[in-house]
Design a binder for this molecule. Structure first.
Ligand code: DC
Length: 216
């Protein structure tokens, strides 16, 4: 049986794990799933139908309808959708439905890079490599502000920072599958690191694991 290779990447919003996941999936020729988009898709469906985010049964229905092949990043990347996603992500029944789809995806050869909040702890606890990517809230807020300004927008640093802190609290404080590093995760703090350096650091960790395995 061919071994399906899994790289699990977790971390808070804005730590750079999405870009890192894409670079690693390209480099190691693996499938890629940004699991945040699945929670965003559920939130977006509720918003579209003008349903309250607390409506668990509607959220469950929306979760069942999520098609991993049809996640539209352009539509789902809006800031408000991310906020709403963090709210529907507290419901255990919604998580169960999405986690099942994420696990199916991970099982497809040749394997995948999945990024999110609970990949190393819940979705793929047996992942070959687990990375926990983080950066200080201030650095993440500064990066988000730069991103907004680079496309001609304006925003207030203090508000962005408050938003990030609030989202961290919700994602780390929820009862079901809170954001936290798996015990066997490699920590990657990107506060002082550009994305290229983070990619090289992650590659070094992965290549080391692969080399040890080939020797065994
Ligand atoms: O990574 P993101 O900003 O697209 O995620 C949006 C929200 O979805 C995040 O604040 C919490 C939730 N989420 C989750 O609970 N578990 C995941 N594996 C991924 C995202």
């Amino acid at each position: 049986m061919t071994h399906v290779f899994t790289i699990a990447i977790d971390g808070p919003a804005g730590a750079g794990k999405g870009t890192l996941a894409r670079r690693l999936a390209d480099h190691y020729r693996l499938n890629l799933l940004d699991t945040g988009l699945t929670y965003r898709a559920v939130a977006y469906a509720l918003i579209q139908h003008a349903l309250p985010l607390e409506n668990v049964s509607a959220a469950e229905t929306a979760a069942r309808q999520v098609d991993l092949a049809k996640l539209d990043r352009a539509v789902l990347s809006a800031h408000a959708v991310g906020e709403a996603a963090s709210k529907v992500a507290v419901f255990p029944s919604v998580r169960r439905i999405l986690v099942e789809k994420q696990r199916e995806f991970a099982k497809t050869p040749p394997g995948a890079v999945l990024d999110g909040r609970d990949i190393g702890t819940v979705v793929c606890p047996d992942a070959d490599i687990k990375l926990y990517v983080t950066a200080s809230a201030e650095v993440r807020a500064r990066r988000r502000l730069a991103e907004i300004e680079s496309i001609g927008g304006t925003a207030d640093f203090t508000e962005i920072l408050a938003d990030i802190v609030r989202r961290d609290e919700r994602d780390m404080g929820r009862a079901d599958s809170p954001l936290k590093p798996a015990v066997d995760a490699h920590l990657l703090d990107t506060s002082e690191m550009a994305i290229e350096a983070a990619f090289l650091a992650a590659m070094a960790i992965i290549d080391d694991v692969l080399a040890k395995r080939n020797k065994a």
